[in-house]
Design a protein around this ligand. Structure first.
Ligand SMILES: *[C@@H]1O[C@H](CO)[C@@H](O)[C@H](O)[C@H]1NC(C)=O
Ligand SMILES: *[C@@H]1O[C@H](CO)[C@@H](O)[C@H](O)[C@H]1NC(C)=O
Ligand SMILES: *[C@@H]1O[C@H](CO)[C@@H](O)[C@H](O)[C@H]1NC(C)=O
Length: 339
């Protein structure tokens, strides 16, 4: 999907939600709620594609004899996917240097550690820095053509590879967005079609960032969940629709704010299960985020396998950008607020 097309969708949404269209650079506020995830609503091709994936899942479930395993042992996750990751840091002139290597390493480590139990690894290949006041406000704050041009010049690698753009001056009430897997046949073989594939993240949400309650790096985890094909646990905002189309996430009508005190929230009382407030695909705050469900992990594996992995990476032999010891030693880093 072209940035221009989903820009239109998102701006329509922003107006309805009364958000500012071209927000000022962020001030130093601590958000009471998770900022808006601007990942666009999945389009028709996604729903066509997901049918093929669901057919595979049904077959695997028949083979395994059950849909949901009792333990965290994942019989249908047959291997670990390694995702080569390119980071692009986009800063305004006054904020140049704000996002350090330490912060980036820590962010990748959070991604890697969080996804390891679900058999994904993230491998940082390259970090690139850009200084541009307009671009530093992210995809929705600059003109679409200028932004598209930037993506065309900078997106790196295959459709199987992750590009994470991190912005110093993202709107304060928006935390991030990704493109979901495009399920059109052979999309991965058409470089001119995939130039806008990737994720866009508010730098304040990185581990040690300035957005209080949302600075453990889990915005990137949530967004990459979209990149791997998951929808929000509250998708559709109702109790009776198809929701997120994952069978073991309970029906949920409304996103979670913060972290419910007694640990229970139920926006679909007539349906089985409470809201999955600890799920990365809800809107809870970072300390509340804990896990994906088994079938979300299966879905990510199958979406990645079916629609992304077929573009073979050319980076198999690349040397690690940072040695493992360095990846380990950045806990405690703080990124000061933007100016
Ligand atoms: C920004 O937040 C920090 C940490 O909460 C605080 O110490 C500082 O005074 C704030 N700055 C402004 C300009 O509000
Ligand atoms: C990612 O996790 C794997 C498995 O635990 C580990 O071997 C690897 O060094 C980690 N990589 C990074 C970048 O943290
Ligand atoms: C996720 O974590 C919460 C809190 O620890 C736990 O209650 C829940 O059972 C976990 N869900 C899954 C699917 O692991």
């Amino acid at each position: 999907m072209k940035i221009g097309k989903f820009l239109a969708v998102v701006l329509a949404f922003a107006k309805a939600g009364n958000a500012r269209r071209f927000p000022l650079p962020p001030s130093n506020l601590s958000n009471p709620d998770r900022g808006w995830c601007a990942t666009p609503e999945p389009d028709e091709s996604y729903f066509i594609g997901i049918k093929d994936v669901q057919a595979i899942e049904a077959r695997d479930a028949r083979v395994a004899g059950k849909l949901v395993p009792r333990s965290s042992f994942f019989p249908t996750l047959r291997w670990t996917w390694t995702i080569y990751t390119f980071v692009h840091v986009v800063e305004s002139k006054v904020n140049e240097g704000l996002v350090t290597d330490a912060a980036i390493r820590w962010q990748i480590k959070v991604l890697n550690d969080t996804y390891n139990p679900y058999q994904f690894k993230f491998y940082l290949v390259k970090v690139q820095h850009y200084v541009d006041d307009k671009l530093s406000m992210g995809p929705f704050s600059s003109d679409a053509e200028y932004f598209d041009d930037f993506l065309r010049k900078t997106r790196t690698g295959q459709y199987s590879e992750l590009n994470i753009y991190i912005y110093s001056n993202y709107p304060e009430d928006e935390f991030g967005m990704c493109t979901m897997p495009n399920t059109e046949p052979l999309i991965w073989a058409m470089p001119e079609q995939i130039y806008d594939d990737g994720c866009h993240i508010n730098a304040g949400s990185m581990p040690g960032g300035w957005i209080e309650g949302y600075n453990m790096g889990y915005t990137a985890v949530h967004e990459v969940g979209h990149w791997l094909g998951l929808m929000h646990t509250f998708q559709g905002h109702n109790c009776d629709g198809p929701g997120d189309m994952v069978a073991d996430t309970p029906a949920q009508r409304l996103p979670t704010k913060g972290c419910p005190k007694d640990g229970v929230k139920d926006t679909c009382p007539g349906k089985e299960g409470y809201d999955a407030i600890h799920n990365f695909m809800d809107y809870s705050n970072d300390p509340c985020y804990r896990n994906f469900t088994y079938l979300q992990a299966v879905r990510m594996h199958n979406m990645y396998g079916m629609y992304r992995s077929k573009s073979v990476s050319v980076h198999k032999d690349v040397r690690k950008l940072f040695p493992d010891e360095e990846m380990e030693k950045n806990d405690g880093w703080k990124t000061s607020a933007v100016t």
